[in-house]
Design a binder for this molecule. Structure first.
Ligand code: NAD
Length: 419
């Protein structure tokens, strides 16, 4: 059975929660909340290092800004669509509301393959995006961050492109988060999403009565989120038995040596070929017996096709929309605990908020403080979601969505409905 899209997944998850809140939130407000406020399509034509002009498409979506400026990363993949960006922006609205930061939901997408691009060309493309999207980006409008295919350095270029265009050494206020620390980033942002994921994993293992030192995990994706997740799992004592990236998957039933693997990836840019493990089919990897499965790569990896064969007790969604609604249903029936993306991977946007406040106030925050505040916030929201789920006997995803919708609705009501 074909899985839906990121947008259709987001709409289905929304519809479940809207039904649960029937009578509590006005139907017209729910409709207003569901629809994106603004969808922008850009065409860029920079000259690249072959001396030729190349055309690229990009999208910026502001889904909702009741709680504050739209916040959400820039995805750079060859297949990203305006609808994907809309679905991801929608998720950001719920994520920001749930984790309690004064941001709305936004996202952008650049249709390009960063893996086949020279460093110079990627930088050119990011600067081109900054220039084309300039009037849609700003501390009170939309504040980007890294997502699939973009990283810290790209955020540095984005900030520079904006300050440079104004003839200033820096920007006034925070235009982008996830920057290198040396140009206004915050220590711990790179690792924040993964650390937040592992905070949720630790809480869920405790609820299941599983000792972290005896627990096993499988992680899909070894980029920003996946790599930081693996390091944090290792620190917690959880055995990471398999990891994949776009090139393939590796498996060691006794646990991978994370230090050696990181060294291998630094040299080879992929987990494939790591001497301390055997190759495994990436799809079969998702079905390995383990305590925790952490999808931290692409969308729709757990679908109706494989949900019945997933052999994990807990699924912690490091990626956005990795589980289709049909798979969700099967997993719920099988008693597999799914920690939903809008809670599980919200650590990144929470620390982005700390970066935003740090830059606005021209302050500096130490990594220890960042991590303490991150863990406190993740745990308090995890506890709220869990309490609502057990009170109403609903899955964590529905509970998280209901809490988020309540918060967005409250902001709309507090601002008033005119004009
Ligand atoms: P990234 O580009 O840094 O890394 C992506 C990783 O996934 C790479 O290792 C890539 O090889 C791998 N990958 C891609 N497709 C794959 C596939 N089909 N099978 C196996 N591996 C595959 O991206 P990222 O920033 O780590 O984002 C990963 C996911 O986490 C995305 O869904 C993103 O939206 C979500 N997310 C990211 C952040 C963040 O702070 N970067 C925050 C919240 C959620």
């Amino acid at each position: 059975m074909a899985a839906g899209t990121i947008l259709s997944n987001a709409q289905t998850n929304f519809a479940h929660a809207a039904k649960l809140l029937d009578g509590e939130i006005d139907k017209a407000i729910l409709e207003k909340i569901q629809l994106p406020k603004e969808r922008i399509e850009l065409t860029m034509g920079p000259q690249m290092d072959d001396g030729k002009v190349h055309l690229y498409k990009a999208f910026i979506v502001r889904h909702n800004d009741a709680l504050g400026p739209a916040k959400g990363g820039i995805r750079m993949t060859p297949g990203v669509t305006l609808d994907d960006v809309t679905g991801l922006a929608m998720e950001m609205t719920w994520k920001c509301a749930l984790i309690g930061v004064p941001f709305g939901g936004g996202k952008s997408g650049i249709v390009a393959d960063p893996r086949t691009m020279s460093h110079f060309n990627k930088e050119t493309l990011i600067r081109s995006f900054a220039r084309s999207g300039r009037r849609h980006i700003g501390p009170q409008i939309y504040v980007p961050a890294p997502d699939m295919g973009t990283n810290e350095m790209d955020m540095g270029y984005l900030k520079d492109a904006i300050s440079y265009s104004e003839g200033m050494a820096t920007t006034q206020g925070c235009y982008v988060t996830g920057k290198p620390v040396v140009v206004g980033g915050i220590p711990g942002r790179r690792e924040a999403t993964g650390r937040g994921v592992v905070g949720c994993v630790a809480a869920a293992l405790k609820d299941h009565g599983i000792d972290t030192r005896k627990a096993t995990a499988v992680v899909q994706g070894f980029g920003n989120v996946g790599a930081a997740t693996v390091v944090a799992l290792d620190l917690l004592g959880v055995k990471v038995i398999a990891i994949s990236d776009i090139n393939g998957a590796i498996h060691h039933p006794e646990g991978l040596n994370v230090g050696q693997l990181n060294e291998h990836v630094r040299n080879k840019n992929t987990v494939v070929g790591f001497a301390g493990a055997k190759a495994i089919d990436p799809k079969a990897m998702l079905e390995l017996s383990c305590d925790v499965l952490i999808p931290a790569a692409a969308a729709n990896q757990i679908t109706a096709d494989n949900a019945a064969r997933i052999n994990a007790k807990i699924i912690a969604e490091g990626a956005n929309s990795p589980t289709s609604p049909e798979a969700d249903h099967i997993l719920n029936q099988r008693g597999v605990l799914v920690i939903p993306d809008i809670l599980c991977n919200a650590g990144g946007v929470f620390v982005s908020y700390l970066e935003f406040t740090q830059e606005t106030q021209q302050e500096q925050m130490a990594e220890e403080e960042v991590n303490t505040r991150l863990q406190q916030r993740m745990m308090s929201r995890y506890a709220q979601v869990k309490a609502m789920a057990s009170e109403r006997k609903i899955p964590l995803r529905d509970a998280a969505m209901c809490l988020a919708l309540r918060s967005v609705n409250a902001a709309i009501m507090a601002k008033g409905l005119l004009p």
